[in-house]
Design a protein around this ligand. Structure first.
Ligand code: PLP
Length: 389
């Protein structure tokens, strides 16, 4: 008989499933000639002046820790940027923390507010890390499903129906990963009214704020009375094409920021110094490049989403981010089967919708942050794949 070995792992971690996106990356990595629409990152290299600023910081020998919350100079730039472009005002000294990506901002925002057993409403389909981060913080994610028939816009009554005595916060993301759906000002106002009625916090992931194509983006914190309830997550990865720099930030009222800063100082000390110098340059002189990238994504979105619909994959028009989330229900395949067979037969990598939550089933996520040639070739291959079924 096999000896029973003791597991040293935390039960919470042991029961956590690895990200479903990884499996497809690993599958695709071993193949040649794959067109990947799987990765959620810009295909642009970070602007040269931004890279140069990091190089200069190294030449000048700026290699030590910064203040825990980040270089004050950077926080001042973030404060001005948030006011100028999104109409929200945060004090650089007490209400902004520079983090290691939006990812860490999400983590500290949840850990700062959750006690064991607290519930957090997670609107899905959602970015893969939301529910696991709630669990790791000791909370319970309560899933609320946005639906295809509403172009994946969450209906406020659905949120209200999920609220219990244990609810602490509502997590939203607009423009959304994986659906590209944007919440309008009036959608945010309605969600805000619910937060107010039940005295809840809102974790508003606004990391794709720069990438809205049809409507003007509205920040949750810009909705009257919402600033005091909002932990605003953002960063440089998407809009400024800086995924590898690992730089994000979180803005929140002083009491919440002070709580997050405690976690940040004990676990991270500070975000990478050279990346912070790069970000100062991105905010000071990077706007034109952001606008150019945005124009390019919009062109590609228009082509790609129209083409998906033409070849028979029903897809709503995503108002922001760089994802198309077509329905593959007409094929009769599950999203896993579709993604796996498309990869094996036609070497196009997409992400099955179920990895973003149950309501993502029947869909796949395609990132159109890929060259026009790749997108055209991908459409050709997907069409051939559909014909072969
Ligand atoms: N939030 C959303 C919705 C995302 O899609 C991502 C990355 O894909 C992140 C946060 C984290 O981004 P980063 O840690 O690179 O800033």
């Amino acid at each position: 008989m096999m000896e029973q070995t003791k597991t040293y792992l935390s039960k919470t971690v042991d029961q956590l499933k690895p990200s479903g996106i990884r499996r497809f990356f690993d599958l695709a990595a071993g193949m040649e000639g794959v067109i990947s629409l799987g990765v959620g990152e810009p295909d642009f290299v970070t602007s040269w002046s931004v890279r140069e600023a990091a190089i200069l910081s190294l030449e000048q020998g700026y290699t030590s820790y910064t203040a825990n919350a980040g270089l004050l100079e950077l926080r001042e730039e973030i404060s001005q940027y948030m006011y100028k472009y999104f109409g929200v005002q945060y004090s650089p000294k007490t209400e902004i923390i520079v983090t290691v990506g939006g990812s860490q901002a999400l983590d500290i925002s949840l850990r700062a507010i959750i006690d064991p057993g607290d519930e957090v409403i997670v609107v899905e389909p959602s970015f893969v890390s939301y529910a696991p981060l709630v669990t790791l913080a000791g909370g319970t994610p309560i899933h609320v499903q946005s639906l295809k028939e509403n172009d994946f816009k969450i209906m406020p009554f659905q949120i209200e129906a999920a609220i219990s005595d244990r609810t602490k916060a509502i997590m939203i993301c607009s423009p959304n990963n994986p659906t590209g759906t944007m919440l309008s000002k009036s959608d945010l106002e309605e969600i805000g009214r619910i937060a107010e009625k039940y005295d809840l916090l809102i974790i508003s992931d606004e990391i794709y704020a720069e990438l809205s194509y049809d409507e003007e983006f509205t920040s949750m914190a810009a909705i009257p009375e919402m600033r005091k309830r909002t932990l605003l997550i953002s960063g440089f990865s998407k809009g400024f094409a800086m995924t590898g720099w690992r730089l994000g930030f979180v803005c929140a009222p002083e009491e919440l920021s002070a709580a997050m800063l405690k976690i940040h100082q004990y676990t991270m000390m500070c975000a990478p110094t050279m990346a912070q110098y790069a970000a100062i340059e991105a905010l000071r002189n990077g706007r034109n490049d952001v606008e150019e990238m945005k124009k390019s994504y919009r062109r590609r979105r228009n082509y790609f989403v129209q083409s998906l619909n033409e070849i028979g994959l029903d897809c709503h028009i995503p108002g922001g981010a760089f994802y198309a989330f077509p329905s593959i229900e007409s094929t009769g395949l599950t999203s896993e089967q579709f993604a796996e067979q498309l990869l094996i037969k036609e070497k196009v990598a997409v992400v099955p919708g179920n990895v973003f939550g149950e309501s993502g089933e029947g869909h796949v996520r395609c990132s159109y942050a890929s060259s026009m040639e790749h997108l055209q070739e991908a459409i050709k291959r997907i069409k051939r794949f559909l014909n072969s079924l």
